[in-house]
Design a protein around this ligand. Structure first.
Ligand code: APR
Ligand code: PHB
Length: 400
């Protein structure tokens, strides 16, 4: 077995792992990133696309703002649609100028991989047989196989950035973690479309037939979602069926509807919330989806991952500069505060905008729910305080 040494061993080369590696290399701290999928897969997979203000600021601060500045679409508002009308929430006006930027997660990942390649720091794709050990003592180890050869990577710390199906979190003894989970009775059917977006800003829509979302990736690519049942089979959704359902749920009385075009990708994603407490175990630190999952309605997943690794890099820097573990020891507590805040917001957005079932028979609890949702949305658009609450959570509070 080949022996290797680094300071921080990073399992997972998604946005969390890659960004952590970048932040560490800027501080002169060595890391070794291990990713089990191929580079093409990591770049091409279609994921989220909304960056909070703090994520955008961070990317600029760490030298990753060039393409983001040119190609990212800054949005100063979003629309909430119900009862056939669109209502604008002026995010920037309500938050002292903070906004969101549309820039695909895969573009962030592409920029991070390019930045890594410009350093001499290692990033290995297509590794397998990854396991971690000894993370409750001084020198934790990662075993992996790459190009048929076995390696033992000895580290000062391990960062578990391996997402919701990784190996780091399940390696922590079960008695030492608490996992909070909520499975939502919905899924999102998402499509990418080669068509110019028909609105300058996102539209979150509640319709009797369920939720729909209008989003985009660029001036030429529209991204659209439909609430469907978690058991739904994508093969039952022809392009024509998807378009007619999107038209029904999204069109508004002023004649607005999404532009149609060739569908280049489609898929169904189930929705759940997960929080792992604590986010650390000895010298292992979890970050991103390995530590928490949010339903996509609040667009918080990628942004939470960025906040985690920003905090972790700062704490590791303190340790290497001064030997102090104080910041490392508060990493989990500070992260969980932000995570639960994002869970609260995402759960609120989800419950306000999704239909539990669309029967709506009067007298049933779902009829009550529908009236409650309507009251929630009417209050939202009529109260500056309610809109501000949505806006400050949606654009994201500063990293802390
Ligand atoms: N060894 C090495 N890599 C692994 C392993 C393993 N055993 N298991 C998983 N991975 C890799 C995955 O292939 C993936 O590339 O870890 C990476 C985790 O990346 P993401 O799943 O993208 O998670 P993260 O980096 O935390 O990014 C935040 O939040 O809401 C989401 O869409 C958002 O994916 C984004 C995520
Ligand atoms: C997206 O564009 O993929 C997107 C936008 C907003 C969300 C979720 C996903 O809330």
């Amino acid at each position: 077995m080949e022996q290797i040494r680094t300071q921080v061993g990073i399992v997972g080369g998604g946005p969390a792992g890659l960004m952590l590696g970048h932040l560490l290399s800027l501080r002169g701290i060595h890391s070794f990133i291990l990713e089990d999928r191929s580079q093409e897969h990591v770049i091409e997979r279609v994921r989220a696309g909304v960056l909070e203000q703090s994520t955008v600021d961070l990317l600029h601060e760490v030298g990753l703002g060039d393409r983001l500045g040119r190609e990212g679409l800054r949005h100063e508002g979003i629309y909430v649609a119900f009862g056939g009308e669109r209502h604008r929430i002026p995010l920037a006006e309500l938050t002292g100028g903070r906004a969101i930027t549309i820039y695909g997660q895969n573009e962030v990942v592409r920029d991070l991989i390019d930045a890594r390649a410009a350093t001499a720091e290692p990033l290995r794709f297509e590794v397998d047989e990854v396991s971690i050990r000894d993370f409750d003592v001084q020198q934790p180890k990662i075993h992996f196989r790459h190009e048929g050869r076995h390696h033992e990577l000895t580290c000062d710390f391990i960062a578990g950035c391996d997402g919701s199906h990784g190996i780091c979190q399940p390696t922590i003894p079960a008695a030492q973690v608490k996992i909070y989970e909520r499975v939502y009775p919905f899924a999102w059917l998402g499509i990418l479309v080669d068509a110019a977006p028909s609105s300058d800003e996102l539209v979150y829509s509640l319709h009797d037939r369920g939720f729909a979302l209008f989003s985009m990736r660029s001036p030429h690519v529209t991204r659209l979602y439909l609430q469907v049942s978690p058991e739904e089979d994508i093969d039952q959704w022809s392009d024509e069926r998807i378009w007619s359902e999107l038209d029904l749920r999204l069109h508004t009385s002023d004649g607005w509807r999404p532009h149609r075009g060739p569908i280049t990708q489609k898929g169904i994603t189930r929705m759940r919330s997960v929080v792992v407490e604590p986010m650390d175990h000895g010298r292992l630190f979890l970050a991103g989806d390995a530590a928490h999952i949010v339903p996509p309605t609040g667009a918080k997943g990628l942004n939470l991952a960025m906040a985690d690794v920003w905090r972790l890099a700062g704490a590791l820097d303190k340790f290497y500069q001064s030997g102090s573990e104080t910041e490392l020891r508060s990493y989990s507590e500070r992260g969980l505060r932000r995570t639960w805040r994002a869970q609260r917001f995402s759960a609120w957005m989800t419950s306000t905008l999704h239909r539990e079932n669309s029967s709506g028979a009067s007298g049933s609890s779902s009829a009550f729910e529908q009236r409650r949702q309507r009251a929630e949305l009417e209050y939202l658009i009529s109260s500056r305080a309610a809109m501000t609450s949505l806006a400050e959570n949606y654009v994201g509070v500063p990293f802390d």
